[in-house]
Design a protein around this ligand. Structure first.
Ligand code: NAD
Length: 476
């Protein structure tokens, strides 16, 4: 078989950008200005570990500074390279514009397999990497605000924030220098689940529009839909768990790095996750068939496919065999530009990454605002809201007594209605609103323009127009 030439991840993003921009009427030169990555900083640093010096390579790429700070995660993986961080930084620009998070796009990465190092070693490495970035304002509450990505989480963010504080002892806003921190270090409720929760909200919004559901050949609600998910990490685990527990989806397949689990009757996401935490593998999980060829399960018959692990997994080699009529890109760049074309021709509907996984940056935005305002959301208004609700409940209770058996308050109403919204409820409400509005802005273009036949192009059109407007407002 002849090998198919697949574009690199960055080339793939550029190709998708070019498809969209060809439908726009931008002033000469602005298209190029938006597309290119402004700067990529590469650092090599040594850390003394296990009796010798180990040299690590890391990157922080800034794609667009039309708004500052710039924002984007830091990834720990062996595959990290300049092409990848630049592609991811570009996606961050478009993502932030689409969901109206007031940031430019950035991304970082460290070439490391975090599983090879002990926790105290990872702390030394992370602090040293952060030191290099902080020195150059590549971590800074006003200029560049990282967040977790593959291989990093709350723990790494707490180390980075602490490192920034040590180097900037008088910066009262130091906590806003990274997001995705633990609650006790300035984090926000609901950030860990945010990206997976956003995937759920995106699907809920998609299924509110019958015309869009019909475009996939599916019908009805999310209830009972058969879902295959790839990657049971932060994003995949939360998305699959919420879809199963709250929307009635049946998770028929889970693909991980060491193969896939399959059960047509449905897998218990929580149980699989627990098994993975305990055994460090999905192998041996009861009540499912395990196949060593994990990627083949991407091609399984299902209603919704959720790639939530890494880029390039649906490519020109396997695109024609993908059966799912609806793909939601929970990971960044899981479908290559070539595969995108094959799938579009087949009529597969793809909810694109820049929208589908924007829940993370949206709640990161809330966390950043919380850190800058130095107050938890809901602290001022919650009790006042409860007092006003109490007035209505008192009136209803009077009515209840007056009408006797003719009318009774529903069980649990009083308790539910009385409770003012805490931080978690407010975060979820803000995220839900963001995902609904962003989807509607995409679908308006998708259905409103004859020359736009897919959601990805629609998403690019919406976000590029916003970035272009910012540049024009700056006089460019
Ligand atoms: P993670 O490290 O928590 O999880 C990734 C999971 O994928 C792990 O369970 C890993 O074992 C699995 N995996 C790795 N290689 C695999 C393979 N070849 N086949 C199947 N599974 C494999 O990472 P994450 O934070 O969940 O990120 C996943 C994706 O979502 C990435 O593309 C990331 O850029 C994107 N994303 C993450 C966030 C966030 O908030 N964490 C936000 C937006 C986008």
């Amino acid at each position: 078989m002849t090998a198919i030439k697949e574009p690199s991840f960055r080339e793939s993003v550029d190709l998708m950008f070019n498809r969209a921009v060809a439908l726009m009427d931008l002033p000469p030169g602005l298209e190029e200005k938006i597309r290119v990555c402004n700067a990529t900083y590469t650092v090599r640093f040594g850390v003394r570990l296990r009796g010798q010096i180990h040299t690590f390579t890391g990157y922080r790429s800034v794609h667009s500074e039309h708004m500052e700070p710039v924002k984007g995660g830091i990834r720990y993986a062996m595959g990290v390279n300049q092409d990848e961080v630049e592609a991811l930084a570009a996606l961050m620009t478009y993502k932030c514009a689409l969901v109206e998070a007031p940031f430019g796009g950035s991304k970082g990465g460290l070439r490391i397999d975090p599983r090879e190092w002990e926790e105290h070693e990872l702390e030394l490495i992370t602090r040293r990497f952060a030191y290099e970035l902080i020195k150059r304002d590549l971590i800074n509450p006003a200029q560049n605000v990282p967040a977790p990505d593959m291989g990093t989480g709350e723990r790494e963010m707490a180390w980075m924030a602490d490192q920034y504080k040590r180097m900037n002892t008088t910066d009262i806003n130091y906590r806003a220098c990274v997001t995705g921190k633990p609650i006790n270090a300035g984090g926000i409720q609901g950030r860990v689940e945010a990206t997976g929760r956003g995937v759920q909200y995106a699907l809920q919004e998609f299924f509110r529009h019958l015309e869009d559901v019909a475009a996939t050949g599916l019908s009805g609600s999310l209830d009972g839909k058969r879902v295959v998910v790839q990657g049971l990490g932060n994003v995949g685990y939360h998305a699959a768990k919420f879809l199963q527990e709250e929307d009635g989806c049946v998770i028929t397949g889970i693909i991980e790095r060491d193969g896939a689990l399959y059960n047509e009757a449905g897998l218990d996401v929580e149980a699989v996750h627990e098994w993975m935490q305990k055994h460090d593998t999905i192998k041996g999980f009861p009540d499912a068939t395990h196949s060593a060829e994990g990627a083949a399960v991407l091609e399984a018959d299902c209603d919704i496919l959720i790639p939530a692990a890494m880029e390039g997994v649906i490519n020109m080699q396997n695109a024609a065999r993908i059966k799912a009529p609806l793909i939601i890109e929970a990971a960044n760049g899981p479908v290559t530009a070539g595969a995108d074309e094959v799938l579009r021709e087949k009529g597969t509907v793809i909810i694109p990454d820049m929208y589908a996984n924007a829940g993370g940056v949206t709640v990161s935005y809330f966390e950043w605002v919380k850190n800058l305002s130095h107050i938890r959301f809901g602290r001022m208004g919650r009790r006042q809201e409860e007092a006003r609700h109490q007035l209505i409940v008192d009136e209803l209770q009077r009515l209840d007594q007056h009408l006797g058996d003719a009318w009774v308050m529903s069980p649990g109403f009083k308790q539910k209605y009385l409770r003012g919204a805490g931080e978690l409820e407010l975060v979820r409400s803000g995220l839900d609103d963001t995902m609904r509005i962003a989807y509607q802005s995409m679908r308006e273009v998708w259905h409103g323009r004859k020359d736009v036949t897919d959601l990805r192009t629609a998403a690019y059109l919406v976000s590029i127009a916003k970035v272009a407007a910012s540049y024009r407002a700056m006089g460019l």
